[in-house]
Design a protein around this ligand. Structure first.
Ligand code: F6P
Length: 347
């Protein structure tokens, strides 16, 4: 059995743990693996590297992906989906493990439906916004990076009696912002799922200042929508899957706070720092478990499926069921966070 792997979309800590686990499990089952380079681009163009169990044994601690990644969409140009199938034949492949977010897995699902491509999906994203799985690997590392950054920003905000606005990633889901806000005792958190209440946010900051807390921390998700204006984008360009480049809402919020409250306010956009560096222990373990179970599906020739975390178990779902629906933040987390978004004397 000759199995290909690819990693598509934004990189994410834990991808190499998945690659290592798939390679080892397929090797243990008597097969061999190759890695298609830079996501679906490698599948279209046939670029690949060999993946051996011994050589991939120590990649678990490395961030990013040893295979490279891209946001290439084989359904963007009519001939490219067929080129993926041609590569599959030419390289004499038995199966493909596609590791990615909704875009990558959406393509896997289409190829499975259209050509019966023997494919298994592994969900990945720091945004934690994929259906059918409780958590995606990458998310834990990401919120720990945000937490560490905010802990550092707190000391300077406190020294200078400033408000710091921290813009996080997450696209149209507030998981990263909400969890980071809880973990860092933020004064207020703004997410895409809930209408931004600028009045309440500014009141909380002013009231807390009047009560002696001379600095403030605001976490804002890049996809948060401003009243009237909506989402803030860096440009009107979209990627091959139609996604706009978000970014800039943090600075807008910082300007509003400074104008309305008179408190000096600065913005820090954490950007790609949130996807960089070594994965947390949790993400290494989750990535490893997902990789083992994806490889087992391949060895059992159960295709058209995606592995997922449900509670403590690794389970599988039909790809068709898992893709296409954005899993926004469970608002119960925000209701819990909201207990802290008020001054001390409002009860
Ligand atoms: O999906 C992961 C993510 O990091 C989003 O949070 C963010 O909006 C996007 O990717 C950024 O993509 P790129 O690295 O292509 O700018």
């Amino acid at each position: 059995m000759r199995v290909a792997l690819l990693t598509g979309g934004g990189d994410c800590p834990g991808l190499n743990a998945v690659i290592r686990a798939v390679v080892r499990t397929i090797h243990n089952g008597g097969g061999e693996c190759i890695g298609l380079l830079e996501g679906w681009r490698g599948a279209i163009e046939g670029n690949f590297m060999p993946l051996k169990a011994q050589e991939t044994d120590e990649i678990i601690a490395r961030g990013g992906t040893i295979l490279g990644s891209s946001r290439t969409n084989p359904y963007k140009r009519v001939e490219d989906a067929q080129r993926v199938m041609d590569t599959f034949k030419r390289l004499d492949l038995s199966a493909l493990v596609a590791i990615g977010g909704d875009d990558t897995l959406g393509v896997a699902n289409k190829l499975y439906n259209q050509f019966k491509l023997p494919v298994v999906g592994v969900p990945k994203t720091i945004d934690n916004d994929l259906s059918c799985t409780d958590f995606t690997f990458g998310f834990d590392t990401s919120i720990n990076i945000v937490m560490e950054a905010v802990d550092r920003l707190r000391t300077t905000a406190e020294s200078h009696r400033r408000v710091m606005v921290i813009e996080t990633m997450g696209r149209n889901a507030g998981w990263i912002a909400c969890f980071s806000g809880i973990a860092t005792a933020a004064d207020f958190t703004l997410i895409p799922e809930i209408e931004v209440d600028l009045d309440r946010m500014c009141d909380v900051l002013s009231q807390r200042r009047a009560k002696g807390k001379l600095y403030g921390l605001i976490i804002v998700s890049e996809g948060a929508k401003l009243p009237q204006q909506g989402k803030v984008t860096q440009s009107h360009e979209v990627d091959e899957f139609g996604h706009e480049k978000l970014g800039g809402v943090g600075q807008t919020i910082a300007d509003i706070i400074e104008n309305r409250t008179g408190i000096e306010t600065r913005c820090v956009t954490l950007g790609h720092l949130q996807r960089g560096g070594p994965p947390s222990a949790y993400d290494r373990v989750l990535g490893t478990r997902l990789g083992i179970h994806a490889a087992r599906l391949v060895l059992n020739r159960e295709y058209g499926k995606m592995v997922a975390l449900r509670g403590m178990q690794i389970v599988s779902f039909a790809l068709a069921e898992a893709v296409g629906t954005l899993r926004t933040l469970d608002l119960e987390f925000m209701r819990e966070a909201d207990e802290f978004f008020r001054s001390w004397d409002t009860a």
